[in-house]
Design a protein around this ligand. Structure first.
Ligand SMILES: Nc1nc2c(ncn2[C@@H]2O[C@H](COP(=O)(O)OP(=O)(O)OP(=O)(O)O)[C@@H](O)[C@H]2O)c(=O)[nH]1
Ligand SMILES: [Mg+2]
Length: 525
């Protein structure tokens, strides 16, 4: 119709875009086919870009709608273990696919426990040998009172200010010395295992070697407390760390495929991956003999070295782990210790849609490094968070590895108050996990009195698990109420997150609660 009155035709001729895309007047057949091909390519590229934009928009929308959970708490509080429980409960295929990657971490945890014992025995044989870094002493010998919970006279615990007597090597026989020599081979595989987990390890080792060795006690303090503080601080620096993210798991899994590749480089990589397992299995009987030796246990006890309560303790499982065909169990993976650096983002593909409310949302879980130097990295994630799971281990007899004068419980309470008070988090659901309940139970059953550490608990108050749990729950609830900028519900669970069954039941409840609150917040319910 427009062309009949000539208007449309005139417009198309005047249109600069039409002029540019019009076919040339004297085009050969070859030129025409090339031009059409180019136009087709350009159109295809255009469609790809548009599809990409639509996909990006969809992804952004999914991300915006995703439930975002931040795991918070001090170092060793159980954040990464809680993440592994999330995967085991809701995304089991993902969890099982990563199983073999954990083998090297667990082997390394085992070797490190042996190293701790060998260090102590060497110091026993030659008292002039300084104790190497990494010794997990019973922290109660230096634990201060907890001013955040109460103000009362100093505790009179017999554990306070204990002094270690000079020790003689008389109880160690020649057989022990031979055992120590043989197990020396095991220590050589520590760096190999590190390299199996972390491709960056070699580069970092070179850097570490160029920094001054930790040859003196901190602040020149040679007291028992000073040496314990030094050992604990050093322990933190020798823990297993990998780059943030799940890349290390892909690296270790990829390494398993080397055997198909017969190049020299691949053969060398295969040797590095297999050698630690071979050495570990050759040392199996010696590791068992060392750990079951009465004299060795006695020396560790006398020196207050508490290997058994160290994170990543696997000596009781050496029979099973120090073998060539070892495959980690679910429980092994939950008990493995691998320190988190910075902030890791984990996408959970929910396989078990147990939710009656909403099973279509993606879940993003942020696992953070909890040591004090890492905490300023948490803040950028506060803005857009749906829920926080705060891990509060009730370890009132222990101090922080990175700051040996600070009691763990005191640090947890200070952190809890800060998180409750943060205005950026006022709309987020906060779920408190009173974690490491199994350790609390063991501590109280061994006769340690809470009132020695927390005077406000009262000397006459029952020193049993039920009352102690209730006391902490009430305290933390009161702090939440006092510090939150606006009223919020107090969600609290008692957990031992190394127990996958009980944790799974709790996580299903937590998941429903978070989804429900999120819908209420969005005015959907
Ligand atoms: N006995 C016991 N051990 C636990 C519990 N929760 C965690 N652990 C162990 O404590 C160690 C530290 O736990 P992680 O989950 O790595 O601690 P984290 O909070 O992620 O620590 P960072 O990454 O350093 O911030 C691991 O060896 C866990 O297996 C618990 O409830 N009971
Ligand atoms: Mg962690």
């Amino acid at each position: 119709m427009t062309s009949s009155n000539g208007v449309g035709h005139r417009q198309s001729i005047d249109d600069p875009f039409a002029r540019l895309t019009r076919a040339p007047t004297h085009e050969t057949p070859d030129e025409r086919s090339r031009r059409l091909e180019m136009e087709e390519m350009a159109a295809r590229r255009n469609r790809e870009i548009e599809d990409g934009l639509v996909e990006t928009k969809k992804l952004m929308e999914r991300r915006r709608r995703a439930i975002k959970v931040l795991l918070l708490g001090q170092a060793e509080s159980g954040k990464s273990t809680t993440l592994r429980n999330f995967q085991l409960t809701f995304a089991p295929s993902q969890f099982h696919a990563e199983r073999s990657a954990w083998r090297y971490v667990i082997q390394l945890n085992l070797v490190q426990s042996v190293r701790v014992i060998l260090d102590v025995l060497n110091a026993e044989i030659d008292p002039a040998t300084p104790l190497s870094p990494g010794l997990p002493h019973r922290a109660n010998s230096i634990t201060p009172r907890l001013p955040l919970l109460a103000a009362a006279p100093s505790p009179t615990s017999s554990n306070q200010h204990q002094h270690h007597q000079p020790l003689s090597g008389a109880r160690l026989t020649n057989e022990h010395r031979k055992l120590i020599l043989r197990l020396g081979a095991l220590l050589a595989i520590e760096p190999l295992l590190q390299a199996c987990i972390d491709p960056d390890y070699a580069a970092r080792s070179v850097l570490a070697a160029s920094s001054p060795p930790p040859s003196s006690r901190i602040d020149g303090d040679n007291s028992p407390a000073g040496s314990i503080a030094y050992a604990l601080r050093a322990k933190a620096s020798r823990e297993i760390v990998v780059r943030p993210g799940a890349g290390w798991k892909r690296f270790t899994s990829a390494a398993k495929r080397f055997s198909k590749d017969k190049s020299v480089e691949a053969a060398e990589k295969e040797r590095v991956m297999d050698e630690p397992t071979a050495v570990l299995s050759a040392c199996r009987e010696d590791i068992i003999a060392l750990w079951n030796d009465d004299a060795v246990r006695d020396i560790l006890r006398r020196r207050g070295i508490d290997v058994e309560h160290m994170p990543g303790f696997f000596l009781n499982d050496a029979v099973r782990i120090a073998t060539t065909n070892y495959e980690p169990t679910d429980d092994d993976i939950l008990r493995a210790r691998l320190r988190t650096l910075g902030v890791e983002e984990h996408h959970l593909k929910m396989e078990n849609h147990t939710s009656i409310i909403d099973s279509t949302r993606d879940w993003i879980i942020y696992d953070v490094g909890g040591c004090r130097g890492n905490r300023d990295k948490w803040v950028p994630y506060f803005d857009d968070i749906t829920a926080i799971i705060f891990l509060a281990p009730l370890l009132f007899t222990q101090t922080l590895a990175e700051a040996p004068t600070i009691n763990r419980l005191e640090d947890t309470i200070a952190l809890w108050k800060k998180i409750c008070a943060n205005p950026l988090l006022q709309r987020a659901t906060i779920v408190l996990f009173l974690n490491k309940m199994d350790i609390l139970e063991r501590t109280l059953e061994s006769g340690v009195k809470l009132s020695d550490y927390v005077p406000s608990y009262g000397v006459d108050a029952p020193n049993d698990v039920k009352n102690v749990k209730k006391y902490f729950r009430n305290k933390l609830k009161a702090f939440q109420k006092a510090f939150s900028p606006q009223p919020r519900y107090f969600y609290c669970h008692e957990t031992s997150v190394i127990d996958s069954r009980s944790t799974s039941v709790i996580l299903i409840t937590v998941r429903e609660g978070i989804l429900h609150n999120n819908l209420v917040e969005a005015n959907v319910l």
